[in-house]
Design a protein around this ligand. Structure first.
Ligand SMILES: *Cc1c(COP(=O)(O)O)cnc(C)c1O
Length: 379
């Protein structure tokens, strides 16, 4: 059975106006302290994930009276925020993550930005936040990259990580949706997400903690889900693992996802499985692209429940040959080890994982044909 497109995938497939026609919505404000050539060179020679930031940020403020207003590009820097700002108390916030890639010819592209724009609004609805028009979301990226172009790295595998987010900036301690919301887009030049690059990651499977439950906010990209994942992530780390994998909160038997990445399992007979979207799982754009690429390659993808004990048995019996995690930041990361109360199992980096990685990154970098029109030129 082939994959039935989700609401997000359908919305993400609608055409976008060209970048030039969106440019200029965010007005560039004077910047007196651009990073010096020296500082710029220091940052770009040694890229880390989310440590250094570009010169500007895009911003807009929504109020219930005016809607989205004051669209500007302002110097990246500290915010002025009331200590009573609602987000600091009740966590009314959503975010996105995508990348700008510089190709050989100097042009700059993003990957399925409309998926992120639509998901941003999906998340916003769940958090009782106002939706940001898709074209404003894209325009903020176009304008920021126009002003901050030098921060899109030239090195292979490096990119400018874009982090759009909005939060309740209204100073008010009452528990209700805020009447003042701030949207910001910040950007960070990044190397590969995992310091070791495309190497296997080790994962601790927790039965004790969950990141999200049914009817909760698991399918929204919101800070609280991450807050809930930090203690189990710390426990995983203390046990010598790099990442934590969560099981479903209702039964603690089925694989949900990692703290910030979706999971795929490759079977010996060539079938690929990924947990079906239950409402507690975040629908990844990388997950969506991988499902499509598998279909293009004639690989059968099943979206179903993946019982964790069965998975363990299948790994031990050699029925499952590869497991990988995926998300924008790390793209595709092979899982080399799974540990937990059951002991430990190990896996090899396999050919299916490698092929999917090569195809997906090839499309993103413009070296593999983009048959689904996923790439969007921003400069
Ligand atoms: C962002 C995120 C993902 C991956 O989504 P992509 O669109 O592929 O980057 C997966 N799980 C969670 C919890 C996330 O927040």
């Amino acid at each position: 059975m082939s994959h039935i497109p989700t609401k997000l995938e359908v919305a993400a497939g609608l055409p976008l106006p060209a970048a030039q026609t969106l440019a200029g919505r965010f007005l560039v404000q004077p910047h007196s302290t651009l990073a010096s050539d020296q500082e710029y060179a220091r940052v770009m020679q040694d890229l880390h994930f989310g440590v250094d930031f570009s010169d500007y940020m895009a911003s807009s403020v929504w109020t219930s009276d005016r809607g989205w207003a004051d669209k500007e590009l302002v110097p990246f820097g500290p915010l002025t925020l009331s200590p009573a700002a609602s987000v600091l108390h009740y966590g009314q916030e959503v975010f996105e993550g995508l990348k700008a890639y510089r190709r050989e010819d100097g042009s700059i592209w993003t990957f399925r930005p409309r998926f992120n724009a639509e998901r941003f609004n999906h998340s916003a609805r769940r958090l009782a936040l106002p939706e940001l028009p898709v074209e404003d979301f894209i325009a903020s990226i176009v304008d920021l990259v126009a002003a901050d172009g030098r921060w899109v790295p030239k090195q292979e595998g490096a990119s400018l990580y874009l982090r759009p987010f909005m939060f309740a900036s209204e100073p008010f301690l009452g528990v209700k949706p805020a009447h003042e919301i701030t949207y910001l887009l910040i950007a960070s030049p990044v190397g590969p997400y995992f310091a070791k690059g495309f190497g296997p990651v080790s994962i601790y499977v927790t039965r004790e903690y969950h990141r999200a439950g049914l009817g909760g906010t698991g399918d929204a990209k919101t800070s609280g889900n991450y807050a809930a994942s930090l203690l189990p992530q710390q426990i995983a780390y203390d046990q010598g693992y790099e990442q934590v994998c969560f099981l479903d909160s209702a039964t603690s038997t089925n694989v949900d996802e990692l703290g910030g990445m979706n999971v795929f399992v490759v079977y010996r007979d060539g079938v690929v499985r990924t947990p079906k979207l239950t409402g507690a799982i975040l629908e990844g754009g990388t997950r969506s692209a991988i499902i499509q690429i598998c279909e293009d390659k004639g690989i059968v993808v099943e979206e179903s429940s993946i019982n964790f004990d069965q998975l363990l048995e299948d790994i031990r019996a050699g029925v499952v040959t590869e497991v990988f995690a995926c998300g924008t930041a790390a793209v595709i990361t092979p899982v080399g080890k799974l540990g937990g109360d059951f002991g430990e199992v190990t896996l090899e980096l396999g050919q299916v994982t490698r092929d999917l990685y090569d195809t997906l990154t090839g499309i993103q970098w413009g070296t593999v044909e983009d048959t689904h029109n996923w790439c969007y030129r921003i400069a």
